[in-house]
Design a protein around this ligand. Structure first.
Ligand code: ADP
Length: 425
């Protein structure tokens, strides 16, 4: 009986004639064609001039056009992509355009909507672009509808955000009462009770930190907190932030250096920073980043030094936080920026943490168009390097001027009385 036959023969009857049963063409190209026709992902092939060569049915549905309307047409005239503010993106920001021009490959783009021409329906999509050969003669572009995925992510993140917010308050209250019990001015307890309460206090601090980190994670993940970029002179700013950590560094008995030559010499082409360097960043985000890296350096360094350094070439600024601590094994290095990842070994087991700190650091760095990576040798120490695009003095002055103007305008708007009553003068 044919593979696609739906009629079945009853016992004693002649087998029913098979209707519409076509033998399956199992040649490789036909199977490829079948896959392309039946998958849910929209697939188009664009050549190096940007002309669409092929569009499968799912792509036609997403774009709201027939295969005929799509083929042999320049991609930007039929693929309407919007950013999250609802603006049509320019070709300079279009991941397909960037790939064709050979300027940039992004593994995946998840922040764009595609608009169907026949219904104006917006669908959030994940876009993946893969060149078919090393010359980039053609590109396979896949569009996956991620509306459901985004809804679930939002629900998950709302739940974490509400739960951690609600739990922070009772934990703060528990900590307050434990502080009162441990304070000789407010309570009298014996040494045994004190040692128990100190443990409870330590754990409630850990819980408080965990809820705060979870809250920040969910807010950053779903874009509730965004960086407020402003042009800054970065050497002084980094120095001020890291100098504020000196008491904690000293408390652990560690040495501290800012901008010393020791880090510079090991970095290729590094120069001592004596000039002013500008970058566009969010000072609050940067404070969180540097504090977190220094707190880790203190935590994972039993003895020695914490060094903070800023250096730059013509294009980039590097902020380096280095320690002489326990280090990170090579196979762990790529994982430490993952959510909840903690290195588990003899040295780290006793040290408390949530495994969210570096994830948050990376989220914040990337939100400001930066990059972060770590270099380390186990037992020798670790170096975290944060890189941001550098801006020139002219760009700094221009951006400052625009920002100050904006602030002034906002202040003026707030001062003006809002005249909603037509009888008001
Ligand atoms: P945690 O709260 O555990 O410190 P992080 O996300 O900040 O979480 O760091 C992830 C893991 O990376 C840590 O558990 C630790 O094992 C490792 N790590 C981070 N910073 C350092 C450092 N300066 N030296 C050695 N190991 C580090």
């Amino acid at each position: 009986m044919g593979l696609f036959s739906r009629k079945t023969a009853k016992v004693g009857e002649e087998p029913a004639p098979v209707e519409n049963a076509k033998p399956v063409d199992t040649t490789r190209s036909n199977l490829n064609e079948l896959v392309l026709q039946s998958i849910h992902e929209g697939v188009i092939i664009v050549d190096k001039n940007g002309n669409i060569q092929l569009a499968n049915p799912a792509a036609c549905r997403l774009l709201g056009r027939s295969a005929d309307e799509l083929t042999k047409v320049y991609y930007d005239s039929v693929i309407n992509l919007l950013d999250k503010t609802g603006q049509r993106i320019s070709e300079g920001r279009n991941p397909i355009g960037l790939a064709i021009k050979g300027n940039e490959y992004k593994e995946e783009t998840r922040d764009l909507d595609v608009v169907a021409a026949d219904s104006n329906k917006n669908t959030p999509v994940s876009i993946i672009i893969t060149p078919t050969d090393s010359e980039g003669s053609n590109f396979v572009v896949t569009f996956r509808d991620i509306a459901q995925e985004l809804r679930e992510e939002r629900e998950r993140s709302d739940f974490i955000s509400t739960a951690s917010h609600e739990m922070r308050t009772p934990v703060a209250s528990i900590r307050g009462y434990l502080d009162l019990v441990l304070n000789p001015a407010t309570a009298t307890i014996d040494d045994r009770a004190r040692s128990f309460i100190e443990k409870a206090q330590e754990n409630s601090k850990h819980l408080g930190r965990l809820f705060q980190d979870l809250l920040d994670t969910s807010k950053l993940d779903d874009g509730q907190i965004k960086p407020r970029m402003e042009p800054v002179e970065i050497v002084d700013l980094v120095k001020n932030i890291s100098d504020a950590q000196i008491p904690k560094i000293k408390e652990k008995g560690l040495g501290y250096q800012f901008g010393s030559g020791s880090v510079d010499q090991q970095l290729s082409g590094g120069k001592r920073i004596e000039q002013v360097i500008y970058a566009s960043i969010d000072p609050d985000f940067l404070t969180e980043i540097i504090n977190n890296l220094i707190e880790n350096a203190i935590k994972y360094t039993p003895a020695g030094w914490v060094t903070v350094n800023v250096r730059a070439d013509n294009y980039n600024v590097q902020i380096v936080v280095q320690d002489t601590g326990i280090g990170i094994a090579r196979e762990e290095l790529s994982h430490v920026f993952q959510k909840f990842y903690r290195v588990d070994n003899r040295d780290t087991r006793e040290i408390g943490g949530t495994g969210l700190g570096l994830y948050l650091v990376k989220q914040r760095v990337e939100a400001m168009n930066g990059r972060i990576w770590a270099e380390s040798q186990q037992g020798q120490g670790t170096r975290f390097i944060v890189l941001f695009p550098r801006i020139s003095q002219e760009q700094y002055a221009q951006q400052r001027f625009l920002l100050d103007n904006q602030v002034q305008q906002d202040m003026n708007k707030q001062k003006q009385p809002t005249v909603s009553d037509p009888l008001m003068p």
